[in-house]
Design a binder for this molecule. Structure first.
Ligand SMILES: C[S@@+](CC[C@H](N)C(=O)[O-])C[C@H]1O[C@@H](n2cnc3c(N)ncnc32)[C@H](O)[C@@H]1O
Length: 382
């Protein structure tokens, strides 16, 4: 991980040029993909790539595959892997990043958005970074080092934002950014247990202090509980069958690895219902990740309280990556904008600035496949 962020940005167009490039690869008889398969052993699904995907979910899975491709190339070229921030220009514009102001990046990750916020708020703007993953914090510290004391980083759950600000004696801030979900850094490290393709322990914790791990959940929850997780958070139509198979398998031996779980799911969903383009275990993995990290509960909590930390005119920007998240953001903003709610405010607590969510430009979508399902919503404290 030694290389500087700029280098990845410089090389980005060379990594994954466009959808056309991938399309061409396909037309070229998949020779390159065959080569990749030899190197990585994870690209079987690329044979069946179909660019006619329609659902939000399917597009996300395509992104996932294309991101793996992108990183495969990066790895072969000996480049460090970095998370590419999504809709950076849109975020800094929505937040109104100007000198002297104070912003919170509540999902600091590797500091991609934070760098831009700090550049625009120089020479004396402040950034409070909140992140619970120690690996990400290490990356962010390196990237943000040039900004010195203008950055303060806290290893916390963003739900604790009000306490963090109180302890730092900050009464209010000018903007809060939430860039939800997990980062490419987390996905790409097999040992973190997020990857469908890489063997690793079934962990999936973004913060290694929390419990239970995905393995605990899979090996200890009842079939009914597992089914509920898979259908609520993965919208998995085979939830019941998968839960029963998990319980059956774990009675013989515990399911402790990503590939162990993937195999169980693969063997459970009838072949004729398995998409040729999407790994059958994708929804199961998503559901477990959301449950392990209590992603939706944490999001609800910060949406409920975060706005109180904004000064008048302060803005909250949220980037979501799937409909479960986006629905929560949309509803929370709508509730906060209702007249008379939240402390009897006559005008409502927030004003919605994005009636429809902002989505990435075509150019960004072709350069960074991961961004394709991203939706940015913004609201302003009244
Ligand atoms: C999509 S990444 C953010 C990437 C970042 N914007 C960048 O440009 O590098 C999301 C990050 O939020 C962190 N995260 C998710 N939920 C969190 C929570 N409840 N508290 C603190 N950090 C959280 C994850 O660990 C992950 O690093």
């Amino acid at each position: 991980m030694g290389c500087k962020m700029e280098r990845v940005f410089d090389r980005r167009p060379g990594i994954l040029e466009s959808e056309d490039e991938i399309r061409n690869l396909k037309q070229m008889g998949m020779t390159k993909i065959q080569h990749l398969r030899g190197k990585r052993g994870t690209f079987e699904k690329f044979d069946d790539w179909d660019f006619g995907f329609v659902s939000d979910f399917d597009i996300r899975i395509w992104d996932f595959a294309a991101t793996a491709f992108h990183y495969g190339q990066a790895e072969r070229e000996g480049m460090a892997l970095r998370h590419i921030p999504v809709m950076v220009e849109e975020v800094v514009t929505c937040l109104r990043c100007e000198p002297h102001r104070t912003f919170v990046d509540a999902t600091l990750g590797c500091g991609g958005h934070a760098v831009e916020i700090l550049k625009r708020t120089g020479p004396d703007g402040t950034l409070i970074g909140v992140e619970w993953d120690e690996d990400a914090i290490a990356e962010a510290r390196e990237v943000l080092a040039p900004f010195g004391k203008r950055v303060k980083i806290f290893r916390e759950n963003f739900v604790s934002l009000p306490e963090i600000l109180k302890d730092s004696k900050i009464e209010s801030v000018d903007g809060i950014l939430l860039d939800l979900g997990f980062s490419s850094l987390q996905l790409e490290k097999g040992e973190r247990g997020f990857s469908l393709q890489k063997e690793g322990p079934l962990d999936m914790r973004m913060d290694n202090r929390i419990e239970p791990t995905a393995a605990d959940l899979v090996n200890q929850f009842s079939a009914k509980e597992i089914e509920k997780v898979l259908s609520e958070y993965g919208e998995e139509r085979w939830a019941k069958r998968i839960a029963q198979s998990i319980v059956y398998e774990r009675e013989r031996r515990p399911i402790l690895t990503t590939q162990g779980l993937r195999k169980v799911v693969y063997q459970t969903i009838p072949r004729r219902f398995q998409s040729r383009s999407i790994d059958p275990a994708t929804r199961t993995f998503q559901a477990l990740r959301i449950k392990v990290n209590e992603e939706l509960e944490n999001l609800k909590a910060i949406l409920e309280t975060g706005w109180k930390s904004l000064g008048k005119g302060g803005r909250m920007c949220v980037i979501s990556f799937h409909s479960l998240e986006d629905r929560l953001v949309k509803e929370a903003f709508r509730n906060l904008a209702k007249k008379g709610t939240k402390g009897l405010l006559e005008e409502g607590a927030m004003r919605i600035l994005t009636k429809k969510p902002i989505t990435p430009s075509e150019e960004e979508r072709s350069k960074n496949p991961r961004c394709r399902s991203a939706k940015l919503r913004c609201a302003e404290r009244v």
